[in-house]
Design a protein around this ligand. Structure first.
Ligand SMILES: [Ca+2]
Ligand SMILES: [Ca+2]
Ligand SMILES: [Ca+2]
Length: 496
């Protein structure tokens, strides 16, 4: 989930081999962020917009496992955290374009015991983020979007007040939650759109099986049958994240805002390729001074980053995860040892799954600029080893009906690891990448997977690409022995 939700299996692997790291888990993969959930990045996505091939959408999800009923304060973004989306456009690993998000919290009904109330005590249901119908929205957040490029800051929301969409409390308080969700979509002009709010977590994984020492329900090591592997519509194992929400920031910008020369380029041109990642940061100094509010000072310190969904969680040793989280991608050479000889590959080998020998140069496309993501890059363009989610903006989006959960591995070249979309089953893809499928799919193409093939809450195939939050009053989760696995008899999820 976090960094490598897909890394989860990996993490698992490191748990197996290093008992002291047992609680470094997926949505909470690094020790520092396991203790700092609002700065905890769960997932990072970047892809060419499905309906706008000349735009790129980036999604930064933070704050894992939000139980929808968890009032009275629910899940505001953290006003003390600087959330950033970063883009490298000239193959050197350093960001050239940065988008910054800052949140501000209002308490509009300070005498109220909860953040949200509607259809009660004379307060009407919450039907709007502002103005009439918003009276019951006591805890409300606004935010800013700032672009930093060529040393210049630009407020992309100039003249507008942007509201974050609150969690879905329930049908009495918020009788038309989808309307509130839609109201949180802002067109900022010039092809820029933004959304921030609590949403259904789009990530999917059988976390319980993964962390019970790779005790998958689909056979030893999680090897899928052709029938299960070929099914992009049903789940055969419980999605541990089902019914949980996450906080999401979604930004769509014209591709020309990101490329090195402000132009569109074909896939064969290296100028079409960008390297992306998301970060969270906090002020270096905070002074707690009750009864006054805390005072922040000094520059920002990065708390966490995520590029590829597998690197920190699946590849980096637990003793190095905090260092990795706080460092710049351009310094990732220090972690090359983890990457070129991943522990998870050894775990797979111990289960009888064939894997290539180290050093694993077949994994280099994930951390350098080269084919297949950058066919226009020569050896001199590889850049430093850096965990960036690389996206070739010259590759058009795959039509929704033809998108595949296994993305690039099955010929859907607009999917992970060429960028990452919500549909991409990064647990299965990344596990197979570690298994060696990028080196030789005939020798190392074992169909490793967890049997969770889809997000049970569905997909949103247009901006903001996330789906509305699960309901606090009426939401539910999915577990072994419970309903929710549509690929199984009576939809009951397997226990074994
Ligand atoms: Ca750069
Ligand atoms: Ca979900
Ligand atoms: Ca899966």
């Amino acid at each position: 989930m976090k960094i490598f939700r897909s890394l989860v299996p990996l993490m698992l692997a490191s748990c197996i081999l290093a008992p002291g790291s047992l609680f470094a888990s997926s949505h909470r993969e690094a020790p520092i962020t396991a203790l700092d959930r609002t700065a905890d990045i769960t997932d990072w996505y970047a892809f060419v917009s499905y309906n706008h091939p000349d735009r790129v959408t980036m999604i930064l999800n933070v704050d894992p496992f939000l139980e929808p009923s968890n009032g009275p304060n629910y899940f505001p973004f953290d006003p003390n955290v600087l959330y950033e989306m970063k883009v490298d456009n000239n193959q050197d690993g350093h960001e050239d374009v940065t988008f910054q998000f800052r949140f501000h919290t209002q308490i509009r009904l300070p005498g109220l015991f909860t953040g949200f109330v509607g259809d009660l005590a004379g307060i009407p249901p919450i039907t709007a983020l502002d103005g009439p119908g918003s009276a019951g929205l006591s805890l409300r957040q606004t935010y800013t979007v700032t672009m930093l490029k060529n040393g210049k800051f630009t407020n992309l929301g100039e003249g507008k007040t942007l509201f974050a969409v609150p969690s879905n409390v329930g049908p009495r308080t918020m009788p038309d939650y989808h309307s509130l969700f839609d109201q949180g979509i802002y067109d900022l002009g010039n092809g820029v759109r933004v959304f921030a709010g609590t949403v259904d977590d789009p990530f999917f994984i059988d976390l319980g099986a993964a962390f019970d020492s790779l005790h998958f329900r689909m056979g030893v090591g999680g090897v899928l049958t052709p029938q299960v592997d070929g099914d992009d519509n049903n789940n055969y194992a419980p999605d541990a994240v089902a019914g949980f929400n996450v906080n999401s920031i979604v930004l769509e910008v014209p591709t020309t805002m990101l490329t090195v020369d402000g132009q569109l380029h074909p896939a064969s041109d290296k100028r079409a390729v960008i390297g992306t990642y998301g970060t969270t940061s906090r002020p270096r100094v905070t002074v707690r001074r009750a009864p006054l509010s805390a005072l922040n000072a000094g520059p920002f310190q990065q708390v966490q980053r995520e590029g590829n969904p597998l690197i920190n969680e699946l590849i980096i040793g637990t003793g190095s995860k905090d260092r990795f989280s706080m460092d710049d991608p351009t310094n990732d050479k220090q972690f090359a040892g983890f990457f070129l000889d991943p522990l998870l590959a050894k775990v797979f080998a111990s289960l009888g799954i064939p894997v290539p020998p180290a050093p694993r140069t077949d994994l280099l496309p994930l951390v350098t600029y080269k084919a297949p993501i950058c066919p226009g890059c020569t050896a001199a363009d590889a850049g430093p080893i850096a965990d960036l989610l690389r996206l070739n903006t010259g590759i058009p989006p795959t039509p929704v009906a033809k998108q595949k959960r296994l993305g690039l591995l099955v010929g859907d070249i607009a999917g992970f690891p060429n960028g990452r979309r919500p549909i991409d089953d990064v647990v299965d893809i990344a596990s197979r990448a570690v298994g060696g499928i990028l080196a030789d799919s005939s020798k190392f193409g074992t169909p490793i997977g967890d049997g969770v093939n889809i997000n049970p809450e569905g997909l949103n195939n247009s901006f903001p690409y996330v789906v509305p939050a699960n309901s606090g009053r009426n939401g539910h989760h999915i577990g072994p022995g419970q309903e929710g696995c549509t690929g199984q008899p009576s939809s009951i999820c397997p226990v074994q």
